[in-house]
Structures are given as C-alpha cells and as structure tokens.
Design a binder for this molecule. Structure first.
Ligand SMILES: [Zn+2]
Length: 182
C-alpha cells in the first residue's frame, strides 16, 4: 500500500477546525483598509507567524516564495495595490541560511535539475537556459534584501510614498534585523 499523500493527511485537520469556525474578516473590512504585505521565504523556518507572531492568513497579508524574492511577488502586489485603499507598505524578509542563498543552491544548479526532471515540450516552454531563478548565492543576504527593496521602490505601478522595509531573519536566534538602503 502506498503511503498517504502528506497534503491529504493535513487536510483531514479541517474537519476539527471547521467545527467551531468563525470568519475573522469580511471582504468589506479588507476593502476598507490600506494593504500591507510581508514577503518571505517558503522555508518553514521563515514563517512570519512564527518570527513576528502574526496570524498565518491575517492582516497584513503574507506572500511566500523561494527566497522571499520581490520579483515573484510583483503580480500579487499589483493586484493588491488595486484592492482596499491601496498598497501602503511592503516588507521583504530574507533569512540567514536560506536554501537559495549564499549557503544554498545557485541558478545554474536549479537549471540543471529542472532540465533533468522536465517532461519536455515542443513549444519551447521547457527551455531554461538563460532563465533567472533569483537565487542569491552570489551576494549576502543583506544585499539581496536591498536589491528587492530597490526593485519595489522603482516599480512604476506602485504609489509614490510606498513604504518599503527590509529585514534579515537569523535562523539560529530567531532575531530579525532591519536593513536600510544607503
Ligand atoms: Zn529560504
């Protein structure tokens, strides 16, 4: 017998959760407020509900992706800037021993692995040569945070005066330290 799928196993928890469920927010409430977003890594060690003790799907919103890179979050931020009373603040959080950071894998490694495992395709969609995967092995975690802060501040579709913050999370101590652009 094959082992149970890990996500289906987790989804079984829903029965107990839904039993006493009370919605915390309504769409009118969300639309009445400015939008603040935290961008962080998908790594389980880099979960804002742990390092900043916030609710996992509360306010502010959380976008998580490989490395906590701003470029992956752009589409969502663009949509959110039209929701509520607009995008007010965005925080970029990268963590000290990220798997796609200076102690982890680089773009070339990702490219090779993707090539090995891809299904192929005749439309060119399987081509990965030249694709950027936004690993940051080549720079310090402070530099990658600053790079993402600059990218967000320069984005033409975001409002003038958007507050862009940056932090480094130390995986060992759990301490977050704010990073400032010069
Ligand atoms: Zn990470």
């Amino acid at each position: 017998m094959s082992s149970p799928n890990p996500i289906r196993t987790i989804a079984l928890n829903n029965a107990a959760v839904a039993k006493d469920f009370k919605p915390k927010y309504t769409l009118p409430y969300i639309r009445s407020r400015p939008v603040s977003v935290i961008i962080s890594c998908v790594d389980p060690r880099a979960d804002p509900k742990d390092f900043w003790a916030i609710e996992p799907h509360g306010v502010p919103g959380v976008i998580r992706n490989a490395g906590g890179r701003a470029v992956d979050a752009l589409r969502t931020l663009e949509v959110l800037s039209a929701l509520g009373t607009g995008l007010e603040s965005v925080a970029v959080v990268h963590h000290s021993t990220c798997g796609v950071g200076e102690h982890g894998i680089d773009d070339e490694y990702v490219r090779e692995k993707v090539k090995e495992r891809r299904k192929g395709g005749e439309d060119g969609s399987g081509d990965v040569d030249g694709r950027r995967f936004e690993t940051f092995k080549h720079q310090s975690v402070e530099e990658s945070v600053k790079e993402d802060m600059r990218l967000l501040l320069a984005h033409p579709l975001f409002p003038e005066g958007l507050m862009v913050l940056g932090y480094v999370l130390d995986d060992e101590t759990g301490v977050t330290t704010e990073v400032f652009l010069e």
